[in-house]
Write a protein that binds this ligand. Structure first.
Ligand SMILES: Cc1ncc(COP(=O)(O)O)c(C=O)c1O
Length: 383
C-alpha cells in the first residue's frame, strides 16, 4: 500500500494518509475513541499524549485531505465555521480582509457580528472583477478570502489572477472550496495559500457529519494552525474524522456523477418555460463559462434558478417529492432550498439584492440519483 509520487487523483483520494493499523493490520484506520494515551515512563510515549492534540484517526484524515488538495498540511476542525475561525485567528487587531461579496451567510455573520468586535475590518467586493480586488487592498490588508463559485449565485473568481494581485501586495489568499470540491477545482494549483472546506458537504458526502478543514502551504501558517487547533480546541472528533475518511474514498466517483447530473438538470431547467434564468457554470449562457472551463474540471452539482416570484419559488420547494427541502449541500441525495429565507437569511436584504440573490431564486444541490427521476420531480413541481 505504498502510494507512488506519480499517483493520480482518485488513487490519492483512496490511499493518501492511510496505513494498515499497526496493531492489527486493519485496512481501515480505526476510530481511536480515547481521551489520553498511557506513557511508559515520564516523557516516554509513542508520540501521543492527549487526544485534543494528537489523534491517529484525525491525523489520517488530515494527511489524506492535504494530499487531495495538493497542500503541505491540513488541520481538521469541528465545523466549517470553526475552520474559518481558525484562519481568521492569524489576523491581529487593526488588520483588514478583502472578502468575496457573495460569501456564505455564516461566514459573513462571523466576520461582521463577531470579529469586528476584535478591531478586524472587512471589505466585501465582487472578486470576479480583478480591479475591485486591487482597489480594496490597503496597507492593513492581510488576507483575501475568496469563494468561487459563490453560494448561491455561482459567480466565479479567476484564482490565478486574484492570487497574483494579492501576492503583489503581500496578502495571503484563502479559498473556500466547499462548493466546488477538490475534484472540480484545486485552488493551490492557481496560487492560493490556504484552502478551507466545510467537510460537512462534498468531502464527507453523506449528510451525516459536521466538520471543517484548513489545508495550508506555508510553514508559518502551518505552525499557527497546529497551535490554534490545540489552543482553541475546536477539533474534529475521531468518529467524524472516520466518516469523512470514508467519504473521500468515493469522492472522485461521486463528483463525476454530481457533475453529470448538474449539467443534465441545468440544461433541462434552461428549456423550461416557467424558469426565467438558470445559473450554472457549465452552461454556455453563464457569463463566466470560459473561465469555468479553464479553472474547473466539471462544473459541480450546485444550480440556482429564478422562477420570477417568491410565491413560485416557495411553491417549487413545496411541491418536490423526491428532492428534500433542506439546508446544506454536497450529499448523495438531492436537496432543494430557498436561499433568501434559508441559508442566506442572516445576510441583510439590501446586501442580498446587491449580489443578485433575489427572493425568486431556488437552489438545488444535485445528488447522484438517476437524473431522469430528478427531472420528473422538477417537471411535476414546476408544471
Ligand atoms: C461555502 C460554505 N462555507 C462554509 C460553510 C460552513 O460550514 P459548516 O456548516 O460545516 O460550519 C458552509 C455551510 O453551509 C458553506 O456553504
Amino acid at each position: 500500500m505504498k502510494l507512488s509520487d506519480q499517483a493520480r487523483f482518485s488513487t490519492i483520494c483512496i490511499h493518501a494518509g492511510q496505513e494498515p493499523d499497526p496493531t492489527t493490520g486493519a485496512i481501515i484506520t480505526p476510530i481511536y475513541q480515547t481521551s489520553t494515551y498511557v506513557q511508559e515512563e515520564v516523557g516516554r510515549h509513542k508520540g501521543y499524549e492527549y487526544a485534543r492534540t494528537q489523534n491517529p484517526t484525525r491525523f489520517a484524515l488530515e494527511k489524506n485531505l492535504a494530499a487531495i488538495e495538493g497542500g503541505k498540511a491540513a488541520y481538521a476542525f469541528a465545523s466549517g465555521m470553526a475552520a474559518i475561525g481558525a484562519i481568521t485567528s492569524m489576523m491581529k487587531s487593526g488588520d483588514h480582509m478583502v472578502v468575496t461579496d457573495n460569501t456564505y451567510g455564516g461566514t459573513y455573520r462571523l466576520f461582521e457580528r463577531v470579529l469586528r468586535n476584535y478591531q478586524l475590518s472587512f471589505t466585501y467586493v465582487d472578486t470576479s472583477r480583478p480591479e475591485a480586488i486591487e482597489a480594496a487592498i490597503t496597507p492593513q490588508t492581510k488576507m483575501l478570502f475568496i469563494e468561487t463559485p459563490t453560494n448561491p449565485v455561482l459567480r466565479l473568481t479567476d484564482l490565478a489572477c486574484a492570487s497574483e494581485i494579492a501576492h503583489r501586495h503581500d496578502v495571503r489568499v484563502v479559498v473556500d472550496n466547499t462548493f466546488a470540491s477538490p475534484v472540480v477545482q484545486r485552488p493551490i494549483e492557481f496560487g492560493a495559500d490556504m484552502v478551507v472546506h466545510s467537510t460537512t458537504k462534498y468531502l464527507n458526502g453523506h449528510s451525516d457529519s459536521i466538520g471543517g478543514v484548513v489545508i495550508a502551504t506555508r510553514d508559518e501558517d502551518i505552525e499557527w494552525l497546529q497551535f490554534i487547533q490545540n489552543s482553541q480546541g475546536a477539533i474534529l472528533s475521531p468518529f467524524d474524522s472516520w466518516l469523512v475518511l470514508r467519504g473521500t474514498k468515493t469522492l472522485a466517483v461521486r463528483m463525476a456523477q454530481h457533475n453529470a447530473n448538474g449539467q443534465i438538470l441545468a440544461e433541462f431547467l434552461e428549456t423550461h418555460p416557467k424558469v426565467k434564468q438558470v445559473l450554472y457554470p457549465g452552461l454556455p449562457s453563464h457569463p463566466q463559462h470560459e473561465l469555468a472551463k479553464r479553472q474547473m474540471r466539471g462544473f459541480g452539482g450546485m444550480i440556482a434558478f429564478d422562477v420570477g416570484t417568491m410565491e413560485a419559488a416557495y411553491s417549487v420547494c413545496k411541491r418536490v417529492r423526491l428532492m428534500a427541502l433542506a439546508e446544506s449541500l454536497g450529499g448523495v441525495e438531492t436537496l432543494i432550498g430557498h436561499p433568501a429565507a434559508m441559508t442566506h437569511a442572516s445576510v441583510p436584504k439590501e446586501r442580498r439584492a446587491a449580489i443578485g440573490l433575489t427572493d425568486s431564486l431556488v437552489r438545488i444541490s444535485v445528488g447522484i440519483e438517476d437524473p431522469a427521476d430528478l427531472i420528473d420531480d422538477l417537471k411535476q413541481a414546476l408544471d
